[in-house]
Design a protein around this ligand. Sequence first.
Ligand code: OAD
Length: 258
Amino acid sequence: MMGQAMDPDWLAAMRRVRRAVVFTGAGVSAESGIATFRDALSGLWARYDPASMATAEAFAAEPDLVWGWYQWRLRQVAEAQPNPAHRAIAALATRVEQLTVVTQNVDDLHERAGSCEVIHLHGSLSATRCFDCARPHQLPNDVLAEVAEGQRVSPPQCGFCGGWIRPGVVWFGEMLPDGAFEQALDAAGKCDLLLAVGTSGQVYPAAHIPQHALASGAWLVHVNPDPIAPRAERERALQGPAGHWLPQLLELIGDVDD
Ligand code: OAD
């Protein structure tokens, strides 16, 4: 099954996993049709300068441009379906004593696949709030009407203070949601296995999490179509799409009851 030089030590360790952390990035949603950020041709940051779309300054300067862009992404997510990787990750909860899902993604595809209590390090597209007073704002259902890429859309205004409503994502230069990083780090420090799925590992502080698991004695397994050279004894890389590898890992992990 695991054709990629999977040694007996690694296989045995995977069967014995009791506490797992799955740490995901944009790549886990790629097979659902959601663009990643750093792929050379199709990545969002290849088409847009992050500073022009993903900062508070950009929103303050051109709220309709930035809001339109996030509404377009929200529509893409609403039209997308969870893929076999999201589903295998949700099912992994039944194979181990403790599973913590930590994602850098702002979509809800883990939840729609059945994962509960997902830690969203970079917030959620749909968790909208006021830019000025930070009160949460419930979007009406009709906001998902056709929004084209690049279309400007005026953000709604806060019912309390009249400020613009902003997406619930973490922009560059902003703090992560309260407690999210600490919770993720805590789980990473206590797990036997951290699966890093579909992330380029370039955005900090999120990218510390896999290294923290490794330094705390866990196995670190990367799943990525890009080649990743393992540097530690307990580190492995499975090269290929998440939808290919996660269902296979699901069969293997936690297979031993002793
Ligand atoms: P990136 O776009 O940086 O990386 C996506 C990774 O997914 C790459 O390593 C791809 O090789 C891999 N990939 C592509 N297709 C895949 C597939 N089918 N299966 C598995 N992996 C696949 O996305 P992230 O690492 O998530 O932050 O980026 C981290 C953060 O940077 C994002 O949360 C976002 C962005 O700026 C904010 O917006 C704050």
